[in-house]
Design a protein around this ligand. Sequence first.
Ligand code: ZN
Length: 227
Amino acid sequence: MPNYKDIEYTLKRSRRKTSSIYVERDGSISVLVPQQLSEKEIEAMIEQKRYQIYSHLAQWEDANTKRVYREFVNGEGFYYLGRNYKLEIVTNQEVPLKLKNGCFRLRKKNLPRAKEAFVEFYKEKGRKRILDRVEYFRKLLDVEPNEIKIMDLQNRWGSWTPKGNVNFHWKTMMAPLTIIDYIIAHELTHLIHPNHSDAFWNELDKIMPDYVQRKAWLKLNGAGMDL
Ligand SMILES: [Zn+2]
């Protein structure tokens, strides 16, 4: 792998006329340049973007230090509503996954598709609980959301569209109830203020005066809540 000073990168040449530097999902750096660019020119470009590269790397580390890769084995812990439950693999069960006697019980024949079983579990629970809480905050904020979906939003907890559709990540169900409420109230407040202006935070503050603590909790612990 080529490196320039302390920055190690993968070089990719393309037919494009412009150069770009990316921090990939795994934290590695890719440098994409036109076919003809010389090594000297590449190094000059990296030097020029050194500060940006470092700030991107810092952001990446921030988001990934708490990233946990869980294994679907007996005893591994999985979150639901802010609590950690141990996994138990069972042979006989009528559903792929359920919470029983303080354990997540996964049916053995679903083991090859264990992640899907968990995602489905969170989605199903989310459809009930999140919709209930949307209804509660909708009234407080006096907004009319259109369609509510529980889905995979990659690195976001929630999203919304100008048409008033609001989406929540199924991972939301791993968080404690107070944090789920924050995520819901946050997205619904966007139906009034589309950005993160002072007006947006003031509006949220009216219905959730301790939103700052909840937001901080999510920033600190959110990356650890994943499959
Ligand atoms: Zn937002």
